[in-house]
Design a protein around this ligand. Structure first.
Ligand code: MG
Ligand code: MG
Length: 484
């Protein structure tokens, strides 16, 4: 930059500060850092970088999304940053320095000077000083914690810092002797959502529910008016509603699947026509302030369920209600799945999709997983900052003496392990489905029907709260909504 331009820019920009950080939140992040620090053990140091920026093509980047662990501890959304936390609670943030020219192109940076008061960290440095400062912060410490296998090159970087500390051994400096995965601590912390997190997730779910309502209504309205409807028209409604209400991103790529496309589990919204008489499956949710929502609804494109569509829809809805009834503190993570699978399997027998002659009674269907061709995924996953959120699905420290069993579908030997005990504040999805592909022995009336119903559940003191029911699941209510 020419000295002249630098002078012009600095006169315009140097006084600009980033005041977008909410002071009410700093104590929450500080509390989380203190809780993590308390688990590092004497002499432990944790290093948690944010996510890198990623190029999409040539000069265009993907929209930047921070790392969830880093955000959980800082609330800081700029790229090129790293948090270092010591067991005594001291926190150091490394972030982009103020740079007048770069800020004109990329936006205002918080900068190390303002970071301690904006974010509540104890000290802050330019990210350019990371390699110089880290060895000092690791001197005479016992262990270094960092996220394993999540950041390219980080473990090599840590080795480099440790080598520099070792190089000073003859001066009496000791080097951390152990390396540990900080995710093992943070995953457990993130699994139970505090009141602030739950509130954000409720708001995210409300926005997403409104987006589903909007897409349903557009589908029926356009068909009534004789217009050609495509999947992308409905996706556009979702994206519009997300941004209209301040959500930053879709939490994942939206699935808008018309007709037979609903039987492709990871179908993306594309160009296929949405036809009168078909069902549409939409699996979409926004991300709001770093938290995901994840909703699926299946509805008739024209607003009126056909007979076989309604028959399968009622089974999936009954399965979801059974799953919700099984979601309560003290129950196991697998309980909602098992409750759903039971209802789905009975429904498959009742409708003739599974024949009694071939598959026997309900217990036989469950034992042999005969439902699998029609329901091949799990009923739940954790939900939080990541749509498939972190947290072990196995109850920690609980041993099993059950013998390994052959899986009836894959034949692989599986060691049954007790699944996680649900606790108040955990958040999971409940998303049973049925997917019927054309096949011999499958009644033709059900061919190409794919149905999934997915809601987001917070485990409460007595059961669970379904936070995404701002869009109806009852088929009569869906039809009424689409007439309106
Ligand atoms: Mg989903
Ligand atoms: Mg899901």
């Amino acid at each position: 930059m020419s000295p002249c331009l630098a002078k012009v820019l600095s006169s315009q920009q140097c006084g600009q500060v980033d005041d977008s950080y909410n002071p009410d939140m700093t104590s929450i992040y500080a509390k989380r850092r203190a809780a993590l620090a308390a688990q590092l053990g004497a002499g432990g140091v944790a290093i948690i970088p944010t996510a890198p920026e990623r190029s999409r093509n040539r000069d265009a980047d993907f929209p930047y999304r921070h790392d969830s662990y880093f955000y959980y501890l800082t609330g800081f959304t700029e790229p090129n940053a790293c948090l270092v936390l010591a067991a005594n609670g001291h926190s150091s943030l490394f972030c982009q320095p103020k740079d007048v020219e770069r800020e004109i192109w990329d936006g205002i940076r918080l900068g190390p000077q303002a970071a301690p008061s904006a974010l509540g960290v104890n000290s802050a440095h330019s990210i350019g000083e990371l390699d110089k400062e880290l060895p000092k912060l690791l001197e005479n410490q016992t262990s270094v914690w960092f996220p394993f296998a999540t950041h390219d090159g980080l473990s090599a970087q840590v080795e480099g810092w440790l080598n520099q500390v070792r190089g000073r051994a003859r001066m009496g400096v000791s080097c951390p002797a152990t390396q540990q995965d900080v995710c093992s601590l943070l995953d457990e912390m993130r699994l139970v959502k505090d009141a602030t997190e739950q509130d954000t997730m409720r708001r995210a779910a409300r926005i997403s529910a409104g987006a589903h309502v909007r897409a349903m209504q557009l589908s029926a309205r356009m068909l009534r008016q004789g217009q050609a409807v495509h999947e992308f028209h409905l996706e556009a409604e979702l994206l519009h509603e997300f941004r209209l209400h301040g959500a930053q991103f879709p939490a994942y790529t939206s699935i808008v699947a018309a007709g037979a496309n609903a039987c492709v589990l990871h179908y993306r919204a594309d160009t296929a026509p949405v036809r009168d008489g078909e069902l549409v499956l939409i699996d979409a949710g926004c991300e709001l302030d770093g938290y995901a929502s994840d909703i699926t609804r299946t509805f008739p494109a024209n607003g009126r369920f056909g007979g076989p569509q309604r028959a399968l829809y009622d089974i999936v809805l009954a399965a979801q209600i059974a799953a919700a009834d099984a979601t309560q503190p003290g129950a196991r993570f697998n309980d909602p799945h098992e409750a759903a699978v039971k209802v789905l399997s009975q429904g498959l027998l009742d409708t003739g999709l599974l024949s009694h002659d071939k598959h026997g009674l309900l217990d036989d269907v469950l034992e042999k997983k005969a439902y699998f061709p029609f329901y091949m995924h799990r009923t739940s996953h954790w939900l939080g900052m990541d749509v498939h959120d972190c947290g072990s699905y196995i109850e920690p420290g609980e041993a099993t003496s059950a013998p390994a069993k052959a899986d009836p579908v894959t034949g692989a030997m599986v060691q049954p392990r007790p699944s996680r005990v649900l606790r108040e504040g955990m958040v999971l999805t409940l998303e049973p489905g049925l997917y019927v592909r054309p096949a011999d022995g499958v009644p033709e009336a059900f061919w190409n029907i794919g149905i999934r119903i997915e809601d987001d559940a917070i485990v409460t003191a007595n059961g669970c709260e379904l936070i995404s029911r701002g869009v109806p699941v009852d088929p009569d209510e869906i039809e009424a909504l689409m007439r309106g």
